[in-house]
Design a protein around this ligand. Structure first.
Ligand SMILES: Cc1cc2nc3c(=O)[nH]c(=O)nc-3n(C[C@H](O)[C@H](O)[C@H](O)COP(=O)(O)O)c2cc1C
Length: 184
């Protein structure tokens, strides 16, 4: 199989990371791969924030847990109550992608996030595409957490990619439905 396609097929969401930090050279390659993603009209409507401040990541995660508790949805309340809960899966590095609110910025940021996940796989790292953390910024208390990002005006965090060395070997792929039709 072609090497690039093999890497795409092998990428899986990693939700259990070792404590050790990733090397700067690997991080740079992953960021560069993100920045090579296709963007509408080459608008590059993203802003990336590399967060390795564990305390801040924990605080954002606590904000997510608070929101989950308030939903009163039993499954979410139960997950939030887990002392090991982390919306970032305790990854040592999390890259946040903020969009500028322009029409295709969600797609631009999503493309960059996926590129980073594939690059991480190619480099032997675990990665997890994330979006649920955004909930933490919606409450009045969450505003302070949101303000810990230094973003250009008009940008809002949309996605994140958790990065690190996987603790366990990657899981089997979930079955994919072939929702494809051919018109020939
Ligand atoms: C837009 C988006 C948001 C996601 N948000 C989360 C998340 O907040 N937490 C998480 O653990 N996984 C999240 N995922 C990962 C998916 O759950 C995962 O990709 C899916 O279950 C398929 O598994 P795989 O990535 O191992 O192939 C997200 C993926 C995408 C594309």
């Amino acid at each position: 199989m072609n090497g690039t396609i093999k890497t795409i097929m092998e990428r899986r969401s990693c939700r259990s990371f070792q404590d050790r930090q990733i090397e700067e050279a690997l991080l740079t390659q992953i960021l560069d791969a993100g920045l090579q993603a296709a963007t509408a009209m080459n608008h590059q409507s993203w802003y990336l924030t590399v967060m390795q401040d564990r305390k801040l990541l924990e605080n954002i995660s606590s904000g997510v847990a608070d929101v989950m508790r308030k939903t009163q949805v039993p499954s979410l309340v139960e997950r939030a109550a887990d002392p090991g809960f982390s919306s970032f899966h305790h990854a040592p590095t999390v890259v946040f992608l903020a969009g500028d609110g322009s029409i295709y910025s969600i797609a631009d940021c999503a493309n960059a996030a996926q590129n980073m996940c594939v690059a991480a796989t190619a480099l032997g790292l675990g990665s997890c595409y994330l979006a649920s953390f955004v909930q933490a910024f919606k409450s009045p208390e969450g505003k302070k957490l949101r303000d810990s990002f230094v973003l250009p005006s008009g940008y809002e965090p949309l996605f994140a990619v958790a990065l690190g060395y996987a603790k366990e070997s990657t899981s089997q792929p979930k079955p994919r439905e072939r929702k494809i039709s051919y018109i020939r």
